[in-house]
Design a protein around this ligand. Structure first.
Ligand code: PHE
Length: 477
């Protein structure tokens, strides 16, 4: 393991491609494959997808550019970078609070993200075992869980939830893997992981999507995802779509700010931001086109919520040719995606701890990872020991949420929008205009368009969505 000394400032990506892979790795994760299809399914499909894409283009893309440029201009951890740009722009140093908010959000997301990634590991193990059994009995292309009924298959999720030790153990394994990579450094850890895992991820994604297109109900899936029914939209769905756009692009969680600091001066940030946003959105849509044909093929409910990929899909694989093998491949693919995202969630707080307390990277990563692990344990216990706990029961918008959902809700619906709002105000109005334009590499005309989006469209849209999405929930209407 390379002991990269007092970390963030000295480390750099070895090339633009390396940065793009790492940033796309950060962006593409459980958000694309678990959260996006779940939300699209619950919110009626087409209209939600359309609004989501609108948010990505009008808000997400300008914000991705804002954050990576802020990171590169500052050149250090998320808090330090905002502080430095504030100073250079002769503004109050307190703007560094944006960095603090973002790092906190990323840290909290990491704690529950790792628990969900633990479920993924559980399904890698179960489906791997199932496929190996099929293989050794001479039927490598058997359907998944041959001979079992639906109840037994979906029951595996409840079994997992009922076992605190299994949940915590798998969450722990995932956190250790994340800490290991981040501890190994920007170059030897994060970059190397992205270089191997992302191409593997893309290949597996294409395989499963093509499989779904041929064996599943592709036409119905396309109709579901691309025929908008606007009666399905309400302020809560809008809030959900915005939170999802920010979450999926890894915005406002310290990851992009921190990764931005490792980009060398010669890289054109605008085109890089476009690339990241396009790849991330592309993968979300492909994930929908991978999952819904399979869901519809066996007549399952697209609105089955977070259980969609863990319960519905294994049932579908049970009645599809080669389901055992494809199921196994499917969960490995999600595992890779989750890992390249969780390392970016851990990197934000870790870089800050390295700079703030002047300790070596491995120690910082272990410290942050341990605390996040403990918070994740509380989330895991929310499925069994504390199953009745509703931490935000008083707040209508979150009343039904168990511990993990509550943390997901508060970060996704409040902290991320708030963080994005503040970034747009800071970059749009506070930061030195020349410094900003120079970082973006945009021509005057394009810069004016981009600045209009950042300074006006982002704060107004995010502000409205925050207001209408949350206040009615708070008031109990
Ligand atoms: N974008 C990641 C996903 O879609 C999650 C994430 C959020 C990662 C914020 C880093 C920062 O799964």
């Amino acid at each position: 393991m390379a002991l990269t000394q007092a970390g963030s400032s000295g480390d750099h990506w070895s090339s633009r491609t390396a940065f793009i892979l790492a940033a796309v790795g950060a962006a593409v994760g459980l958000g694309n494959i678990w959260r996006f299809p779940t939300l699209a399914g619950e919110n009626g499909g087409g209209a939600f997808v359309l609004v989501y894409i609108g948010f990505v283009i009008l808000l997400g893309l300008p914000l991705v550019l804002s954050e990576i440029l802020l990171g590169r201009a500052g050149g250090t951890d998320a808090i330090g970078s905002v502080e430095k740009v504030a100073e250079q722009s002769r503004r109050s140093r307190n703007w560094k609070g944006i960095g603090a908010l973002q790092i906190t959000a990323g840290f909290l997301i990491l704690s529950f993200y790792s628990v969900v990634a633990g479920w993924v590991i559980n399904y890698v193990l179960i489906s791997g075992q199932d496929w190996l059994a099929a293989l050794f009995s001479g039927a490598p292309f058997a359907p998944a869980f041959a001979g079992e009924n639906q109840g037994t298959i979906t029951g595996r999720m409840s079994e997992l939830f009922a076992s605190p030790w299994r949940l915590i153990g798998l969450h722990g394994i995932f956190m250790v893997a994340t800490v290991w990579i981040v501890a190994s450094g920007v170059h030897n850890g994060i970059e190397r992981a992205a270089k191997w895992l992302m191409p593997a991820f893309f290949i597996l994604l294409i395989i499963v999507t093509v499989y779904g297109a041929f064996t599943g109900n592709f036409a119905e899936a396309v109709a579901f995802m691309f025929t908008p029914d606007f009666s399905q939209l309400n302020p809560i769905a809008l809030n959900e779509a915005l939170g999802q756009a920010l979450f999926s692009l890894s915005l406002a969680a310290g990851g992009l700010l921190t990764y931005g600091a490792y980009i060398t001066r010669d890289v054109n940030l605008a085109s890089t931001a476009v690339m990241i946003a396009m790849m991330d959105t592309g993968v979300a849509i492909i994930a929908g086109l991978m999952i819904f044909p399979i869901v519809f093929a066996v007549g399952l409910d697209p609105a089955s919520g977070p259980a969609l990929i863990f319960q519905s899909l294994p049932v579908a694989f049970n009645s599809m040719p080669a389901g055992a093998l494809v199921g196994f491949v499917f969960f490995i693919l999600i595992f890779f995606a989750a890992l390249t995202s969780s390392i970016s969630l851990l990197e934000g707080p870790t870089a800050w701890v390295i700079d703030r307390f002047r300790i070596v990277r491995p120690l910082a990563a272990i410290m942050v990872g341990s605390v996040a692990f403990l918070i994740g344990v509380i989330c895991a216990l929310g499925y069994n020991v504390w199953a009745d706990v509703r931490p935000l029961g008083f707040w209508n918008a979150f009343a039904q949420n168990d511990i993990l959902d509550a943390l997901d809700g508060v970060t996704g619906k409040i902290m991320l929008p708030l963080g994005a709002f503040l970034v747009s105000i800071f970059i749009g109005w506070m930061a030195d205009r020349r410094l900003v334009q120079q970082q973006t590499g945009l021509s005057n005309g394009m810069f004016a368009v981009w600045r209009f989006l950042v300074a006006w469209v982002c704060p107004i849209a995010v502000g409205l969505v925050l207001l209408f999405g949350l206040v009615p929930g708070l008031l109990g209407s």
